[in-house]
Design a protein around this ligand. Structure first.
Ligand SMILES: C[S@@+](CC[C@H](N)C(=O)[O-])C[C@H]1O[C@@H](n2cnc3c(N)ncnc32)[C@H](O)[C@@H]1O
Length: 253
């Protein structure tokens, strides 16, 4: 469609504005998408360390992250999404969650929080879940909800953080997850290995620490790994189920 437009409108679209010539549903969706990409890229430039990606996740990655939200199971689940950004994965979670489920979104960045608030007021899909959703504007490290979430979906850029921060965050996520609950999170395929190959000693040591912290969580707890090739860049989604505590064992005399 863009190819049929005059040059000035194509330039405008390339810079992030969407041409005004079409006002049908498809164009509104396109405009919204452009806006999200623009906001996301702006935040990547401003806060590369916590934003961790140039563009929002694609729909295949979003679908893999929300895999266990879509699974049949008990009613009235509590779902936590960590690092929702401009809501690319949130959109999928809302589309597949059930009417009794509740959704909490924990986001650090105030611009992403503002975008999510607009979506919950204006986007028909988000509005459907508005009464059952909360946006928590804070670092996930401060969430204090021990054993309360049935499902956690995380979009955090763990490979940008220090090993201590990753251990701390994974510890918090494991604590707020209900026993038997599922945590789904992603890593870009081979990105850590590539960064390690071209980094200096200090960076390599940091990345090794991050790798070890993630491996410790996955060890014996990873129930499934999805390979998502159709994403920029391609990603793995790890699904982790933490064990139900076994009943206490007493010997009777
Ligand atoms: C890679 S982006 C993922 C955004 C979105 N889930 C997606 O897939 O398009 C990482 C997100 O995590 C957020 N974030 C980073 N550190 C955080 C923290 N400590 N607590 C909460 N959110 C955090 C960032 O602001 C950003 O929205």
């Amino acid at each position: 469609m863009l190819a049929q437009l005059p040059v000035w409108q194509r330039r405008r679209a390339a810079l992030g504005g969407w041409p005004d010539v079409c006002d049908d549903g498809a164009c509104v969706v396109g405009r919204e998408m452009w806006q999200d990409v623009r906001i996301f890229f702006g935040e990547f430039c401003r806060r590369h360390y916590t934003t961790g990606a140039i563009v929002p996740s694609g729909r295949f990655l979003a679908a893999a992250l929300a895999r266990y939200v879509a699974e049949p199971g008990s009613q009235g689940r509590r779902i936590l999404e960590v690092g929702p950004g401009t809501g690319a994965v949130t959109r999928r979670i809302i589309a597949v969650m059930r009417p009794e489920d509740q959704l909490d979104l924990v986001e650090l960045n105030e611009r992403f929080v503002a975008r999510l608030q607009v979506l919950f007021q204006t986007d028909p899909l988000f509005r459907r879940a508005a009464a059952r959703s909360r946006i928590l504007h804070c670092p996930v490290e401060t969430v204090d909800a021990e054993g309360q979430y049935d499902l956690i979906v995380s979009g955090l850029p763990l490979n940008n953080f220090s090993p201590q921060t990753v251990e701390n965050i994974l510890g918090v996520l494991s604590r707020v997850l209900k026993p038997g609950g599922t945590l789904s999170f992603f890593e870009y395929i081979a990105l850590r290995a590539m960064r390690m190959a071209v980094s200096g000693r200090a960076q390599r040591q940091r990345l090794r620490g991050v790798r070890d912290a993630i491996a410790k969580l996955l060890d014996g707890a990873e129930i499934r790994r999805d390979w998502v090739w159709l994403n920029v860049p391609p990603a793995w989604v790890h699904h982790v189920r933490l064990a139900q505590p076994s009943p206490r064992h007493y010997t009777c005399h």
